[in-house]
Design a protein around this ligand. Sequence first.
Ligand code: SIN
Length: 288
Amino acid sequence: MLELVPITEGIGTEVRGVDVTGHISDRDFGRIYQAWIDTTILLIRGQHMTPAQHVAFTRRFGEVYAYTRSKFDHPEHPEILVLSNIVRDGKPIGSAYSGRVWHTDGHYLTDPPAGSMLYALKVPPVGGDTWFANMLGAYDALPQHVKERIDDLKVVISRVQSRPYNYPDRPAPTAQEIAEWPDVPQPLVRVHEESGRKAIYAGGNVPWRIEGMSEDESRPLVTFLQEFSVQPRFTYRHRWQPGDIVLWDNRSAMHQATPYDYTAHHRLMHRTTVAAPHAAVPTGRAAS
Ligand code: SIN
């Protein structure tokens, strides 16, 4: 029987009593979906999914959106991004170092993805955890005068400047990428299109500035919001076990991967991405 159990007081729901490869009724799925929107992350333990089942389960949450770089896409299921330090025949099978700073996925896109679903296949005994922060809770807890100050501001996100933070193992952007990646303004306070709740958005530790201000002028507010959002009361550190699935809402949660001993242990994760409900889902894949 389906059970929805809070992970902490401030963030997340553990979904119990489901096999995601089996039948989940519309009624039960509706409750699971609502828990995702309300609490920003879902955890489902003990699952065994093939890549095709992973994509199919992701599709229940929305269009599957393959915006990630093709080099580490799963060979048979390009909707899946492989995150791993495993090297096969002299070639890395996945991206080994992504997501080491607080961020939301695709924040540099005009239509950032609604969600990301990470599935653990191999995990190291220590480290390789993922932090999550509830940005709805962080916004709610801000003092009223700060809310009033930030409600209508926009942040300017630079994909070019974010690259070394998001993907430190990738080369610097080429001249062509720099020309093709304009800075993107995003609302600093994002109204969730499904719940109508407000979340601090784009508060991650990638470079951003407030529209109309220089980076120097933006820094005090940026630093305050970054530090405010990741207080223990809004965060959860997930220690992965094989078979765990975590789905996070990119509109209302930040996340950050933690390091592990790459020389001694393997980590293998499969990630899918859910498009924003209104987004035109691209048919091709943009390098990221
Ligand atoms: C990510 O940032 O999407 C990856 C998180 C992780 O590997 O723990």
